[in-house]
Design a protein around this ligand. Structure first.
Ligand code: GDP
Length: 535
C-alpha cells in the first residue's frame, strides 16, 4: 500500500470513533438508555439484552451481589456499535458509590460523557461527584433529562438546579411539551422538528414533523392551542436566557447541551444520539510526562484504566483494559511496557462489541482492547512502541474507610503478599504501608470491599487475612518544596506514627480528623496536603 493511503486510512478510522461514558445516580435510567442506544445502532435486537450492573437497594452488604456485579461488569465493560458510519464505544461506569473509584478511572478513558438525570429526582449525589470530575478535566458533556413520561420538576426549574448544583452552563437543544400525564412530545431545537409522544404505542418511534417556524398556525393543529402558546413562549424565553449553542464551547467543556426524553419509551433517544454523533469529539490528545500524544500519531500508545480478575479462581489470568491513545494496536506485535521496561506481545487481544468480545488483529485510537495478563499490569501503566513515557491522569482519591490488614496464617505470608499486591494493582482498594513499622493498612471507598478482599485472598490466593480497626479520617498525599528543610524534618518527626507510603512509594499523611489536617497545614505551611495522589 502507498504510505499516504495508510496514513489516510488511519486518520479516517480514528476520526470516526466516539468513545464516551454515561454517568448518573443509580436508577436514573443509565442501563435503559444504553440499551436504547444499542437498539438504534442495530447492535442488539431486543430490549432486556443489556444487564444492569446495579447493586440492588438493600443488598449493599450482600457479598454475592459484588460477585454478580463483577461478572456483569466484565460483560458490559465496553459496548461498541456502528451508527451513521461512526464507531461508538460506550464505557461502563458503575453508578454505585462503593465503585466510584472505578468510575473515576474509567472517566480517564472517555472523550465525552452523557449525564442522565431523573426529571422527578433532579440532581442527585453521585451525579454531583461524577460531574465534578468531568468538569475538572473539561470533558464535553451532554445532559439527558429522563423519565419525561412521569410527573416531575418544571423544566426551567430543573435547568436552574442543574446549573446550580452541577456548576454547569446549559443550553437546551430540545424542549418538552407538557410533562407526565400531559406529556405531548418534544420540540427538537437542534433539528427544528416536533416529535409526538404516543402513550399507546410506546415502542413505535413516529417520524418527526419538520417545524422550522413555530409561528406557523399548523402548530395549533398538531399540539393544540394551549400547548402551542406555551411552547412559543418557552422557546422565546430559552433564546433569551440561555446561551446559544456553540460547538467550540461544548468541546472545551464550557457549555452543556440538554435533551429531554424517556429512555424507557424510547423517546428523545434518537434525537440525543443524532446530536451526539454530530457534535461529540473524536479521540482526544493526552498528556504524558514528556509530551502531548496526538491520536493520529503513527505509533501506538495506550494505557491501562481497568483490570478485571478472572471470575474463575482456577484461572488466575486477568483482563487488562487498554485505552488506545494513538495509532493502531496490532495483534502479535511487540510493545513496550514502560514501567517494567519490558517488551510484551499479545496473541489474543479482545475487542468489544455490544453483545460479545472477539479476538481482533487491529484496533485504533479511541478503541479499548482487553489484554490477557498474568500479573504484568497495574492500573495506569503505559504501553508504547518503545518510547519511554507515561500517561498522566489516573489519580487515586483518599479512601473513606481504613483498616489494618493482618496475616492470619503465618505459613501463607507469601501468598498473602502476592494477593494483596495483585488486588491493589486491580484497583480494588489502596494499600498504605506505615513508615515506622511496615504495617499494612487497606483503604477503601466502601466498607463492602473489605469482605471482597478477604474472600478473594482466600479463594484466589489461599491466604487468610483479618482486619483491625484504625481511626483514620483521610489519606493526604504530601508535597514538599524542600525535603531537607527544617520544617519538613520536624513534620516527619512529629507525625512519624501517621506517615505511610502508597503503592507508588509516595508519602502519605494519614490524618485522624479534619481538625488535625487543618492544624497540620497551619503549623507546617510549606508541607502541602492533597486528597488526590496527583497534583
Ligand atoms: P440505572 O440504575 O441508571 O441503570 O437505571 P435503569 O436503567 O436500571 O432504570 C431504573 C428504573 O427506571 C427501571 O425500573 C427503569 O425501567 C425505569 N426507567 C428508565 N427510564 C425510564 C423512563 O423514561 N420512564 C419511566 N417511567 N421509567 C424509566
Amino acid at each position: 500500500m502507498h504510505p499516504q493511503n495508510q496514513i489516510m486510512s488511519l486518520e479516517q478510522e480514528i476520526s470516526r470513533r466516539k468513545t464516551f461514558g454515561i454517568i448518573s445516580h443509580p436508577d436514573a435510567g443509565k442501563t435503559t438508555l444504553t440499551e436504547k442506544l444499542l437498539l438504534f445502532g442495530g447492535a442488539i435486537q431486543e430490549a432486556g439484552a443489556v444487564k444492569s450492573n446495579k447493586i440492588k437497594k438493600g443488598a449493599t452488604s450482600d457479598f454475592m451481589e459484588i460477585e454478580r456485579q463483577r461478572g456483569i461488569s466484565v460483560a458490559t465493560s465496553v459496548l461498541a456499535f456502528d451508527y451513521r458510519n461512526k464507531k461508538i464505544n460506550i464505557l461502563d461506569t458503575p453508578g454505585h458509590k462503593d465503585f466510584a473509584e472505578d468510575t473515576f478511572r474509567t472517566l480517564t478513558a472517555v472523550d465525552s460523557v452523557i449525564v442522565v438525570i431523573d426529571v422527578a429526582k433532579g440532581v442527585e449525589e453521585q451525579t454531583i461527584k461524577l460531574v465534578e470530575v468531568c468538569r475538572m478535566r473539561n470533558i464535553p458533556m451532554l445532559v439527558f433529562i429522563n423519565k419525561m413520561d412521569r410527573e416531575g420538576k418544571d423544566a426551567f426549574d430543573l435547568l436552574d438546579e442543574v446549573e446550580l448544583k452541577l456548576n454547569l452552563r446549559v443550553t437546551p437543544l430540545s424542549w418538552p411539551i407538557g410533562i407526565g400525564s400531559t406529556f405531548k412530545g418534544i420540540y427538537n431545537i437542534w433539528e427544528k422538528n416536533i416529535q409526538l409522544f404516543s402513550n399507546e404505542n410506546k415502542q413505535k418511534i413516529s417520524e418527526a414533523i419538520a417545524f422550522g417556524n413555530l409561528e406557523d398556525p399548523e402548530l395549533e393543529t398538531i399540539i393544540g392551542e394551549t400547548y402551542a402558546g406555551d411552547l412559543r413562549n418557552e422557546i422565546e424565553l430559552i433564546s433569551e436566557v440561555y446561551p446559544s449553542f456553540s460547538h467550540e464551547d461544548y468541546l472545551e467543556g464550557h457549555l452543556q447541551p440538554v435533551f429531554f426524553g424517556s429512555a424507557l419509551n424510547n423517546f428523545g433517544v434518537r434525537e440525543l444520539l443524532n446530536a451526539f454523533v454530530d457534535i461529540a469529539p473524536q479521540p482526544q490528545p493526552k498528556e504524558t510526562d514528556t509530551r502531548l500524544v496526538i491520536p493520529t500519531d503513527n505509533t501506538f500508545t495506550g494505557f491501562v484504566f481497568k483490570i478485571h480478575a478472572n471470575m474463575d479462581p482456577k484461572h488466575r489470568d486477568r483482563l487488562a483494559f487498554i485505552k488506545i491513545v494513538s495509532g493502531k494496536f496490532e495483534r502479535n506485535k511487540n510493545y513496550h511496557h514502560v514501567r517494567l521496561d519490558k517488551n510484551l506481545k499479545f496473541s489474543s487481544p479482545n475487542a468489544f462489541f455490544a453483545d460479545k468480545k472477539e479476538v481482533v488483529d487491529e484496533s485504533f485510537a479511541g478503541d479499548i482492547v482487553g489484554l490477557h495478563d498474568t500479573g504484568n499490569f497495574r492500573i495506569g501503566d503505559t504501553l508504547t512502541e518503545g518510547e519511554n513515557m507515561s500517561f498522566k491522569g489516573i489519580p487515586s482519591f483518599s479512601p473513606e474507610h481504613f483498616r489494618y490488614i493482618n496475616n492470619a496464617d503465618p505459613m501463607k505470608s507469601k501468598q498473602l503478599e502476592k494477593g494483596i499486591d495483585q488486588l491493589m494493582d486491580e484497583g480494588v482498594a489502596q494499600l498504605f504501608t506505615l513508615e515506622m513499622n511496615n504495617r499494612k493498612i487497606i483503604g477503601t471507598v466502601g466498607a463492602l470491599q473489605y469482605e471482597v478482599i478477604q474472600y478473594r485472598l482466600e479463594h484466589e490466593y489461599g491466604a487468610k487475612a483479618t482486619y483491625e480497626p484504625i481511626s483514620i479520617h483521610k489519606a493526604c498525599w504530601v508535597e514538599v518544596e524542600d525535603e531537607r528543610s527544617e520544617e519538613f524534618q520536624e513534620f516527619k518527626r512529629v507525625k512519624q506514627r501517621y506517615l505511610a507510603y502508597d503503592k507508588f512509594k509516595q508519602l502519605v499523611f494519614l490524618a485522624d480528623s479534619s481538625f488535625t489536617i487543618q492544624m497540620t497545614q497551619e503549623k507546617y505551611p510549606s508541607v502541602k496536603l492533597h486528597f488526590v495522589s496527583e497534583f
